[in-house]
Design a protein around this ligand. Structure first.
Ligand code: FCA
Length: 344
């Protein structure tokens, strides 16, 4: 099996992370508090994310900080990449006098444990992005949640891929879908299922839909998954690519390049729109055609604001809030990112 060429994509990733970090006011450390509480009874909120290195989560923090300044409240940013870190962080947060937590958990199965801890410590809780899963394997619909309309956004990816396929005059016989999947996470599964269903309806035969499961939800994990698939399917002429987020799709794009698939023979569409900026900025186009930009502002600012109002004024937020996505491409990404406050 061909190994992930760590040097190239990681330097690209680092560049993107640093560029974004430079644009943001937040740090990237595992936990940072700003500003300190000024008086007794002041509101203090934690914002815990599972992958603090992803630009998406740094942007959520950036918007949470804006809410912290506007309300105002004290914000504790916590990066917790595994369950143990997440549970310890909740204990520390409670001990530090916080009254609430917004959380994108590193493991959705931790839901019941997180709820129990939050209850014991009287922390109000909003889960963001990844919905808690109960002991019965079902989503914990009783826990407040703000997430994307995952299936719809996946369907939009599928529609865009279908129209690009048509525009390029590719036939179903010489085209196939590479879906970089991560079915362990419900929101990720809904995204790739949505894209695959739309492509089937658009005439791509079921046997031309290839699923490439990621072992880890990052660029190297996606690279390995795509590379395995490309080794098994050397005769596909045109590739459509979808995945659960930008990094999943970027890993596949790097794998296609590594196997010498020409840029004009592949079209890949990500989700997030925040982790692919460096890719879209490249002077020479790659097969990364575009991404469904999600609203980091809704996920970072709105969740924090809802939690603040709940703590301070007793206004309970809706149990479920869903957000939408907007297609960005090399043509419009600068303007849309500016409009959405992602870039200056
Ligand atoms: C999940 C993904 C992130 C982002 C978020 C909205 O947590 O891992 O990249 O897409 O949903």
């Amino acid at each position: 099996m061909k190994k992930f060429p760590r040097g190239l994509p990681l330097s690209t990733l680092t560049a993107s992370t640093c560029l974004l970090a430079a644009l943001l006011t937040t740090g990237c450390g595992p936990s940072a508090e700003t500003p300190p509480p000024t008086k007794a009874g002041a509101v203090k909120i934690g914002f815990l994310v599972k992958q603090p290195d992803e630009p998406w989560f740094q942007l959520e923090w950036k918007f949470a900080e804006k809410a912290a300044q506007a309300m105002p409240f004290s914000l504790v940013k916590i990066g917790a990449t595994d369950g143990e870190k997440a549970l310890t962080a909740i204990d520390n947060l409670a001990a530090g006098g916080a009254q609430g937590l917004v959380i994108c958990t590193p493991d959705t199965k931790l839901g019941p444990a997180i709820v129990a801890k939050a209850k014991a410590a009287k922390l109000k809780l909003i889960s963001v992005d990844d919905r808690f899963v109960g002991a019965d394997g079902q989503p914990m619909t009783g826990v407040h949640y703000l997430g994307i309309s995952a299936r719809k956004i996946g369907e939009s990816v599928g529609q865009t891929l279908a129209s690009e396929m048509k525009r390029r005059g590719w036939t179903a016989a010489d085209t196939a879908l590479c879906a970089i999947t991560f079915d362990e996470l419900a929101t990720a599964k809904e995204r790739t299922d949505g894209a695959s269903t739309v492509l089937t309806a658009a005439g791509l035969p079921k046997e031309r839909i290839f699923r490439a499961p990621m072992r880890t939800a990052d660029i190297p994990g996606a690279f390995d998954a795509a590379n395995n698939l490309l080794t098994q399917q050397p005769n596909v002429k045109h590739w459509l690519v979808c995945g659960s987020n930008d990094n999943a799709v970027l890993g596949a794009v790097r794998a296609l390049e590594g196997r010498g698939v020409a840029v004009e023979n592949a079209v890949a569409i990500g989700i997030n729109g925040t982790d692919c900026i460096v890719e879209l900025e490249k002077t020479k186009a790659t097969s990364f055609y575009g991404s469904m930009l999600l609203s980091a502002k809704e996920h970072g600012y709105k969740t924090s604001e809802m939690l603040y109002r709940w703590i301070k004024d007793g206004v309970e937020p809706p149990l479920e809030t869903r957000t939408i996505g907007t297609l960005i491409t090399r043509e419009n990404f600068r303007q849309v990112l500016k409009e959405q406050g992602v870039r200056d």
